[in-house]
Design a protein around this ligand. Structure first.
Ligand SMILES: [Zn+2]
Ligand SMILES: [Zn+2]
Length: 233
């Protein structure tokens, strides 16, 4: 039963090139004239790196146990990335419907496994999350930050902020790198090629609702058994 859910089946079929071109032309035409692709990339990057720098500056002799917060938080955020991608970006969920509409019927129709590359920097708009996303994530996770600050330790709260903000920046940079032309020096690197292969498989419309939900490191996909290995072929 799909209940209130939007029926995604029409997007789970690879569309003919002409249909995809039309969707792309519509999406590019809808980008406002004032849109700055480099500004869209720079804003979350500076905010994220700035928050990391501030958090580290305020650390006071963190103990090895406190430093463990970094891998623990990174692992939890990786599981959350899987959850958000699967259940918010691929299934319309209030109040974040905008993320669904930008992702499943747009990002996934325009970019498919064998045609992953952006054609112009203006297409950053079709890949990056909204520019204010990093601030929204910081604000909505403030209760967790506060709980860690008051109940655990100031250092753990600061490491939480640094790790989550670093994760958002890594997500944006990696996702953008996967959608660069393969001839681009960044797109050509071995690490990006490996990670891109995982994400590109997710860009197969027939597979996108079920497989390869991690965009950064496919840890949660591995833990939860959602790495695509030809199961449906
Ligand atoms: Zn993508
Ligand atoms: Zn997706």
């Amino acid at each position: 039963m799909r209940g209130n859910q939007v029926d995604t089946r029409e997007w789970e079929i690879t569309q003919p090139a002409s249909g995809r071109e039309q969707r792309r032309a519509q999406a590019v035409a809808a980008i406002p004239s004032w849109y700055s692709p480099w500004g869209h990339l720079a804003f979350p990057s500076f905010v994220g790196l700035g928050m990391i720098a501030c958090s580290i500056a305020f650390l006071e002799h963190p103990s090895p146990v406190e430093l463990l917060a970094v891998p623990v938080v990174a692992t939890l955020v990786n599981l959350n990335e899987w959850h958000i991608h699967r259940n918010v970006l691929h299934r319309r969920s209030w109040p974040l419907e905008i993320l669904f509409w930008r992702h499943t019927p747009e990002h996934h129709v325009i970019f498919v496994r064998d045609d992953m590359a952006m054609r112009a920097t203006r297409e950053f708009r079709l890949v990056l999350i909204p520019f204010y996303g990093i601030l929204a994530i910081f604000m909505t996770t403030l209760p967790i930050t506060a709980a860690l600050w008051f109940l655990v330790s100031h250092n753990v709260a600061l490491l939480w902020v640094a790790t989550t903000m670093g994760y958002v920046v890594a997500y944006e940079w990696l996702h953008l790198a996967y959608h660069l032309p393969e001839s681009n020096p960044i797109g050509r690197s071995r690490l990006i090629r490996r990670l891109r292969a995982h994400h590109a498989m997710h860009h197969t419309p027939e597979l996108m609702q079920r497989w390869n939900f991690n965009v950064t490191v496919p840890l949660a996909d591995w833990l939860l058994g959602t790495i695509y290995r030809g199961q449906e072929r």
